[in-house]
Write a protein that binds this ligand. Sequence first.
Ligand SMILES: Cc1ncc(COP(=O)(O)O)c(C=O)c1O
Length: 376
Amino acid sequence: MSTAPASIPQANPGAGYRALKAEIDAAVARALESGWYILGAEGRGFEAEFAAWLGRTHAVGCANGTDALALALRGLGIGPGCAVATVSHTAVATVAAIEMAGAVPVLIDIDPVHYTMDPAELAAVLAHPPAGLPPVRAVIPVHLYGQAADLDTILPLCARHGAVLVEDCAQAHGATLGGRKLGTLGDVACFSFYPTKNLGALGDGGIIATHDAALAERLAALRQYGWHQHYISDEVGVNSRLDELQAAILRAKLPHLDAQNARRGAIAARYDAALAGASVAPPARRPGASHVFHQYVLRLPDRAAVQAALRAQGVGTGVHYPVPVHLQPAYRGRVALGPVACRATERAAAEVLSLPMYPELSDAEVARVCAAIGPL
Ligand SMILES: Cc1ncc(COP(=O)(O)O)c(C=O)c1O
């Protein structure tokens, strides 16, 4: 009697561990044996290796990507009395971090083709901030799903209006724009190492990258109680450290990241080909940018039915994100929006669907997903 093949999950961090088990286990053993578990050689090693891989002079590890954003804003002097523009079509973390820093978020709609910040609406908000809002001192474009926001347009706008640009790279490790890695274009860049990210820890982790030595030094103090020297707080900081175990694991995984991103791209190309005769369009690629397919996202007006049909064929899916931040109970009615009032964001939230996407998907599993999406 033949049994049905196992369902294919939409994300699978356990497969990421098993694929590199020997290297990760050795790294964990090394960290455990060292007897030093917080801010030691593994963390320093990872910061240096990540900075070199990215092409920035400094990288400061911290506890997660949300803290990375909040610390970056604080390090740049963005806090009470400042507004920060970002998008509502993102992980809630981006907006939560702005409020953690003491600043006020203002949410810009997305360009519905690439799902990233609409520069035209940002320009309007920078020129005429919504009534009652403090001046917009920072902009956080989110490089969503593995692809660049339109920094070619956003960067000059920030420069013109004296706003700093903080890149949210949590979903875009290794992606490029104009041949340059995301995370090297703005004033500072923040990455998450949540386990499902393109570079994922086996727990929480984050990092802040910059070319500014003084900022890096301030961030290193802010992540640990504001200490420049042990036990002396020069300013009020937080506890947000990347622990040695996660740093050691990330050191084992980093050398594989580029190959894993290439595998994601190959899987995406197979999904594209499977959709060739379908009524659903493959994800749009921004001209001049490379996509690292953190997510492979389709747009489906009948999403629930498609999700159920794929589930019946053993294909898991996800929705990133079902409820825009401005409609979530904690933010609804109190968070400022740009003049377009996030209309494209709300339409996208109702229709986006993420297919299985991780480098460890086997060719047979990819073929099963292709067979399921071909008739769409
Ligand atoms: C776009 C975006 N920004 C920020 C974060 C926050 O990262 P973390 O979960 O590590 O706090 C995430 C991940 O959840 C994310 O996807």
